[in-house]
Ligand binder design. Structure first.
Ligand code: ATP
Ligand code: MG
Length: 425
């Protein structure tokens, strides 16, 4: 019988890669906690209406990428394509946003019906940050600084560049939109089909078009930064000042707009040239209008989301994952003789009790070729139990030397000592 396969674009993340994911997630958690951010967990499914109203009807996501289905009671539901909408919905629903400042983060799977390729999947994972209630550009700077700190800790700062732009206020964009439409209308016939449709409904999104012909026409188009209102300009200058002060390099990219409707003022992306076409590893910006757009009181907000798959690919490409993160245990415990086999479990448990944090894997199958097998596991410490006249004894290998005939009552201290040495090497 034919076997059932996974859905195209929805990947299994296998045990040989999960240590890298866990490493990345752990580093992210550490950075976020050092900035005092709190985790929020939202459902994966929301009412379709939420995404239509927040992301915008005339966007790639809502037009053609959502996994939408009817619940058994006929309600239209959607697998979340991103986390911001759900986060705002949850924050509003539980009264966490109005008149308060909040710093949230979340992680989890997102779903978009896209053409699967390297760095682009139908189920992918984001770690996102959303902050509320802060209108000054200090918070824009903070979320950028924390992402820069994360890249530094992961050893990838040199491989990413920060692109920055300001979209201005909704009002200042209106005048820009008019001029952009007037300009593009002259080239209507040469625009790609999506862009033609958007000329009326959402012209700004044309700037984001992936069509080369459209991008060529855009080279001489009016530039948004020439239309900035005074307040947005001041906001942006203050932000770049803070980044300069923090020593964070950036490129101002006047064509950077985000794919979603709700952004204003600051937008940014961290991009790499190491991953081919899917080079954006983290993207975000300010979205002061969204809370109100979803029925709440006006609340300033800034956030970003990073693509976990792309970051994992980047870590692998740059070969910056510490060796110790690639294996899920430190010590492998096995028996060499039948008589000592019964002590494997007992010994492993004793070591878990006495050496906190030590990751112990116990051998649970036959004795054949045990020496070679234990080595193949890649563990940095191997403990083989033997038996002599006095009872069970152990031989411990670190990567360089071995310690033989260790009696059971001395095992804990020898293992603890060797583990310290191995950890520091
Ligand atoms: P792109 O232009 O690459 O389609 P986007 O603007 O649609 O990206 P966002 O909605 O801003 O992406 O999502 C934030 C981040 O999530 C992206 O920068 C990327 O790292 C990641 N991401 C988005 N879509 C996918 C996907 N289909 N597969 C894997 N990662 C993704
Ligand atoms: Mg996209």
């Amino acid at each position: 019988m034919a076997k059932v396969k996974a859905i195209r674009g929805m990947n299994d993340i296998l045990p040989d890669v999960t240590p890298v994911w866990q490493y990345l997630e752990r580093e992210v958690r550490a950075v976020l906690s050092s900035y005092g951010y709190s985790e929020i967990r939202m459902p994966i499914v929301e009412q379709t209406e939420l995404f239509k109203r927040s992301i915008g009807e005339v966007t790639d996501i809502v037009e053609k990428e959502m996994y939408t289905f009817e619940d058994r009671n006929g309600e239209s539901l959607t697998l979340r394509p991103e986390g911001t909408a759900g986060c705002v919905r949850a924050g509003e629903e539980h009264g966490l946003l109005f008149n308060q400042t909040q710093r949230f983060w979340y992680q989890g799977p997102m779903f978009r019906y896209e053409k699967p390729q390297k760095g682009r999947y139908r189920q992918f994972h984001q770690i996102g940050v959303e902050t509320f209630g802060m209108s000054a550009s200090d918070i824009d700077a903070e979320v950028i600084m924390l992402s820069a700190r994360l890249w530094k800790n992961l050893g990838i700062l040199d491989a990413v560049t920060l692109q920055l732009n300001s979209l201005g206020s909704n009002e200042s964009r209106l005048k820009y939109k008019e001029d952009l439409v007037a300009y593009l209308t002259q080239y209507f016939d040469q625009l790609d089909e999506d862009s033609r449709k958007r000329l009326d409904s959402n012209p700004l999104r044309i700037l984001d078009s992936k069509s080369e012909a459209t991008q060529a026409i855009l080279i001489d188009a009016p530039v948004l930064s020439d239309y900035l209102d005074a307040e947005s300009e001041e906001h942006f200058t203050r932000l770049t000042g803070l980044l300069d002060h923090a020593g964070i390099k950036y490129e101002i990219n006047p064509r950077l707009v985000r794919g979603l409707d709700y952004y204003c003022k600051t937008v940014f992306e961290w991009v790499t040239d190491k991953l081919g076409a899917q080079g954006t590893v983290c993207a975000g910006g300010r979205y002061d209008g969204l809370v109100q757009q979803l029925g709440g009181k006006a609340t300033p907000a800034v956030g970003f989301a990073m693509g976990v798959e792309r970051l994992v690919l980047l870590l692998e490409t740059l070969n910056v994952i510490p060796e110790t993160e690639k294996i899920s245990f430190d010590l492998y415990v096995a028996a060499e003789t039948k008589e000592s086999q019964a002590s494997v479990m007992q010994c492993s448990e004793m070591l878990r009790d006495s050496v906190p944090g030590l990751r112990v894997r116990s051998h649970c199958s036959g004795l054949k070729n045990i020496n070679a097998k234990a080595r193949q596991t890649g563990a940095r410490l191997i403990l083989l139990l033997q038996s002599n006249e006095a009872g069970v004894v152990g031989t411990l290998w670190n990567e360089a030397e071995s310690f033989t005939q260790i009696p059971l009552n001395e095992l804990s201290s020898v293992v603890a000592e060797q583990w310290q040495i191995v950890k520091q090497s």
